[in-house]
Write a protein that binds this ligand. Structure first.
Ligand SMILES: [Zn+2]
Ligand SMILES: [Zn+2]
Ligand SMILES: [Zn+2]
Length: 373
């Protein structure tokens, strides 16, 4: 689910106290507080437009390549790198959510029971990533990722809650460096996976065009080789050895050229995906924590699930490998990691099922499944 740029800019400016109005032509009318206007280098009243280069519109261009877009990160520079906010939640009936948990936590090879629940203040990190997918075409977009700092559950949120955020205390920004890195790493992993899902149509079209062009190259060079073979067969007895050799050399040259053409084609359609954080907002809010005890064989693990007041639904269980929640989940034998059905797979070489959170490569045959085609 890709957010359009005007929506993201609106959310970020509103968070910093601006009043933003969307006009019919998709441009924005912005009234900024003086400090924000200074940081962004724009007037306190500024129309922002997002159309492609070449089309004339009055106001400040705010597209991905614009100077304005590059100054957005200044809002988060230095001391403001992570903004803090609070959100006043309205909590639902605990009984109702407990029922949702018992009916809807999909574990494939383990059981669980709800042990207790408690109302608690926790923090979510809202990360805005800009992704750039580069191949023979360029695709850009903004992806908001909301991550629960306590259990690393992720979601692409709808941003209705942004307008209700209140500025938080300096104190709330304090988070231990290692803990923050862990949260950001998980948000990145999810962001990559979610961006690839957003770009699915583009990736499919790349594959289609690669197949089409490889087929053309194959047919062209196979015809050339066939013709050369025919000449060799026809004249082998009549032309002198030196001349026959010339045709064999031609065959070898065709082979080499074919390999290079395929190599160029793979390079042309290779996809590079880059993600950059545009802004980070740490949101403190009150929630209900539901502690579940997961049981796998003779071991058990206690894990917190939270009702997410920002999106008004229960957080999903996180996959502790890709952080992209794809139920149902499996629980690993050694450390009881929660692993989604995409990440709990058989080793393609020896067939052993293993947990990628425990082992980066197959523990039995050392095969790195990510490097296999
Ligand atoms: Zn996964
Ligand atoms: Zn594991
Ligand atoms: Zn293996």
């Amino acid at each position: 689910m890709q957010r359009i740029l005007p929506e993201v800019i609106t959310a970020l400016l509103e968070y910093h106290g601006a009043v933003v109005e969307k006009r019919e032509d998709n441009s924005l009318e912005v009234i900024c507080p003086p400090e924000i206007s200074r940081i962004l280098g724009i007037p306190e009243y500024a129309p922002l437009y997002f159309s492609q280069k070449g089309e004339f519109q009055e106001g400040i261009c705010a597209s991905y390549d614009s100077d304005f877009f590059n100054t957005i990160e200044n809002l988060f520079a230095g001391k403001r790198k992570i903004c803090s906010a609070t959100y006043v939640s309205s909590l639902p009936n605990t009984e109702k959510i407990s029922r949702v948990i018992t009916e809807n936590v999909p574990l494939n090879n383990a059981t669980f029971r709800l042990t207790k629940n408690e109302v608690k203040n926790i923090s979510y990190l809202l990360c805005y990533f800009k992704y750039t997918a580069l191949s023979d075409e360029k695709h850009e977009g903004i992806l908001p990722v909301l991550i629960n700092e306590m259990n690393l559950s992720t979601v692409i949120p709808s941003e209705d809650f942004i307008a209700n955020l209140k500025e938080g205390d300096e104190q709330d920004k304090k988070i231990e460096k290692d803990a923050l890195n862990k949260v950001i790493r998980a948000a990145y992993a999810f962001g990559f996976s979610a961006a690839r899902e957003t770009l699915q149509d583009f990736i499919k079209s790349l594959e289609r065009r690669l197949n089409r062009d490889s087929k053309k190259i194959h047919e062209y060079y196979e015809t050339l080789k066939d013709e050369t073979h025919k000449i060799i067969e026809k004249h082998e007895k009549t032309i002198k050895d030196g001349n026959v050799n010339k045709f064999f050399q031609k065959l070898a040259a065709i082979e080499t050229e074919q390999k290079w053409k395929i190599h160029d084609l793979l390079a042309k359609y290779a996809l590079s995906l880059k993600m950059e954080p545009v802004s980070l907002i740490r949101i403190k809010t009150e929630t209900i924590l539901f502690w579940i005890e997961i049981k796998r064989r003779i071991s058990s693990r206690v894990f917190p699930l939270a009702y997410n007041p920002l999106i008004k639904q229960l957080d999903s269980l996180p996959c502790e490998v890709c952080f992209n929640p794809h139920p149902p989940y499996f629980i690993c034998d050694d450390k009881l990691h929660i692993v989604c059905s995409h990440c709990f797979v058989d080793c393609p070489r020896c067939g052993k099922k293993f947990c990628q959170a425990c082992y980066p490569v197959c523990p039995k045959c050392n095969c790195d499944r990510r490097r296999l085609p």
